[in-house]
Design a binder for this molecule. Structure first.
Ligand code: PRP
Ligand code: GLN
Length: 629
């Protein structure tokens, strides 16, 4: 789930960079892998900075001062296509022709293969990102409209070469006819304004609002903001006007004129219900639903189900699995009349684990993130409440942890139903078999996570909990719970392709050992994402070398031993990260280069460092590769 934001300031001399940065920090919970900002200045120059990492790591003073202009877009990424390590796939994407168009996107396109084929005949497709495709389609549609399409309508600019508001919307209509899946997107058309649109099912959220422009108080001039969640608006003191409707596009010109248009003939609102379960911040309002209120209602319904199945007097204490489950867990405890205790302490410096790339990394970080407060569990029957159980990474470890802390019995409840199906609309759960509830009933799941019993929310209860907060929502995307895909276009071949390209085993060719470097918080790695060498930058460089030199490589029959040389350092990691980003020949070519590079680093033998690399090793790495970054 990515976070997207656009800000347009009425004062042409005002700088938008800090507003975008601040908005992105309030959307950080939606994506931790990469961040980017693009701005446009009065000379129609575009300024872009994007990199892997959290917002605070990606943007340093030297980058911020380059981001000139009063209008811009921002993005935080949680990849569902391409590679988490590939900085080329960080967003926004930019194309110079026509006008200079920048795009950022939250969601996932389900007909990427077909679109890539269509586009690559006439355009360059440089990455595996579906968002790049979306940008190319929009540019393509705009060109079609201007060359051959309807030129009627309000002119935006005397010298605008046929660009009218109608052309902008017609291009969006064309895009919606071609792109399938879930998408909320922001497009900056340089010199003209920002277009915001949402797929015809409104699967991914998008809202907008305005505030009186500080420099023009007493006039009607307004600053505008469009973002994934209302919290990004509120923190910048924008008033929420509402959500972009499914299939609708909203165009805000640089003069602050707002035009909305429906770009699809049969839109139906079916927002992703997992936004309310996990992704959204509780202080956000999404499609008229307070995420906080929805989570409280989930707690009520969960308590009712527990009461139907078990005697609450057998539960001594209810403990949430922080962070997201807290609201539901507290309400559930109140409803059951059982004491609530914050028995698991969350290390606030460890980010969200579910949206981290790679199962090994997620696993390691759960233990670092949560630790029991012992007195809470000793000799107690404990009921743990989480918002969801996805791969079971968290629940499995937490049950053990709580038992070690002295619990007599451990019951585990989920405020959402069992997740048994893949998600294809922007949540990275591509493969059913990786889900702990796939092919298991409650008893088997309890056994798998070593709990005494497990209770899941009923799907009808979940939808009612959210609908109670906004009865106008008739439908939801509930695909990960019931396998019903609202866009109707996903089939067995699509799932097979996802499995082939995005399963954990494919994404972690290094078996997770190389994740040691990544799983450390940035600061303690002895490297930062700027100025010094990072594994990500090495990956990039090695990739570049292998591609520039056209080295397709040869099949490495002895790949295990080759990887073994560098296991846990850079090369295995490199080949792992390249594994899904490039065709196999290139991967192998890159792997050879990586192995060569690592051979030169013989001094850095991971076998001597079972607990990870030391600073001196990192220095060797840095010295060796200093010319590369
Ligand atoms: O079954 P799993 O695969 O472990 O996934 C589910 C867990 O992941 C999430 O936690 P996360 O740390 O991402 O976020 P949070 O701190 O906001 O709860 C979620 O809240 C569950 O605890
Ligand atoms: N989770 C998302 O919204 C991902 C956006 C896009 N599909 C990417 O992988 O970058």
């Amino acid at each position: 789930m990515c976070g997207i934001v656009a800000v347009l300031l009425a004062d042409p001399s005002a700088a938008v960079n800090q507003e975008l940065y601040d908005s992105l920090t309030s959307l950080q919970h939606r994506g931790q892998d990469a961040a980017g900002i693009v701005t446009a200045d009065q000379r129609r120059r575009l300024h872009l900075h994007k990199d892997n990492g959290l917002v605070r790591d990606v943007f340093k003073l030297q980058h911020m001062i380059q981001l000139i202009g009063n209008v811009g877009l921002g993005h935080v990424r949680y990849p569902t296509a391409g590679a988490s390590s590939n900085v080329q796939e960080a967003q926004p994407f930019v194309t110079n022709i026509p006008f200079g168009i920048c795009l950022c996107h939250n969601g996932n396109i389900t007909n990427s293969t077909e679109l890539t084929q269509q586009l690559s005949a006439r355009y360059t497709v440089s990455t595996d990102s579906d968002s790049e495709l979306l940008l190319s389609i929009y540019a393509d549609e705009l060109l079609r409209q201007m060359w051959g399409g309807d030129k009627e309508g309000q002119s935006l600019d005397q010298s605008s070469a046929g660009l009218t508001v109608d052309v902008i919307f017609n291009a969006c209509r064309g895009l919606m006819a071609r792109a399938r899946g879930g998408y909320a997107a922001l497009v900056l058309i340089n010199g003209y304004g920002v277009l915001a649109f949402r797929d015809p099912w409104g699967i991914r959220p998008l809202c907008y609002g305005s505030r009186n422009a500080k420099q023009f108080l007493g006039t009607s001039k307004k600053d505008w903001c469009v973002a994934s969640e209302s919290v990004a608006l509120e923190c910048q003191e924008f008033d929420l006007h509402g959500d972009v409707l499914p299939g609708q596009a909203v165009f805000i010109s640089l003069k602050g004129e707002v035009t909305t248009k429906m770009c699809h003939s049969s839109p139906v609102l079916a927002p992703c219900i997992f936004e309310y379960v996990y992704f959204g911040r509780p202080d956000s309002i999404i499609d008229g639903v307070s995420v906080y209120a929805a989570r409280k209602a989930m707690g009520d319904k969960l308590a009712e189900k527990i009461r139907r199945l078990y005697d609450p007097s057998e539960i001594d204490v209810v403990v949430p699995v922080p962070e997201t489950s807290r609201i539901s867990a507290l309400q559930c405890a109140i409803k059951l009349g059982v004491p609530y205790e914050e028995g698991l302490n969350k290390n606030r410096y460890i980010a969200r684990t579910f949206i981290m790339p790679g199962q090994q990394k997620r696993k390691k970080n759960v233990r670092k993130k949560l630790n029991p407060c012992h007195g809470v569990f000793e000799d107690k029957n404990v009921m743990l409440v989480d918002d969801s159980i996805v791969r079971g990474t968290t629940s499995e470890q937490i049950v053990q942890m709580v038992r070690s802390a002295g619990a007599k019995k451990v019951f585990f409840c989920s405020a959402s139903p069992a997740i048994r199906y893949a998600n294809v609309y922007g949540i990275d759960m591509p493969v059913q078999a990786e889900l702990i509830a796939f092919g298991r009933d409650e008893k088997e799941i309890a056994r798998a996570i070593s709990a005494d019993w497990v209770v899941y929310q009923e799907l009808d209860d979940l939808t009612s909990a959210v609908r109670e907060c906004n009865p106008a929502i008739e439908f939801f995307d509930t695909s990960c719970f019931n396998g019903v895909y609202v866009t109707g276009d996903v089939n067995a071949a699509y799932f097979q392709a996802l499995k082939d390209h995005r399963s954990d085993s494919i994404l972690s060719v290094d078996g997770g050992k190389g994740d040691d470097i990544d799983s450390l918080p940035q600061d303690s790695r002895g490297i930062s994402s700027h100025n010094t060498t990072s594994p990500e930058k090495l990956v990039r460089k090695i990739k570049e070398l292998s591609i520039l030199e056209g080295d397709e490589g040869t099949e490495d029959k002895d790949s295990n031993s080759s990887i073994g040389v560098v296991d846990g350092v850079v090369a295995a990691k490199t080949s792992g990260q390249l594994g899904h980003a490039r065709p196999r020949g290139r991967v192998i070519g890159a792997k050879h280069r990586a192995v060569q590079a690592a051979d030169e680093l013989a001094a850095v033998d991971p076998a001597n460092h079972p607990n990870g690399l030391r600073n001196e090793d990192m220095e060797k790495l840095r010295d060796r590769f200093s010319g590369w970054v």
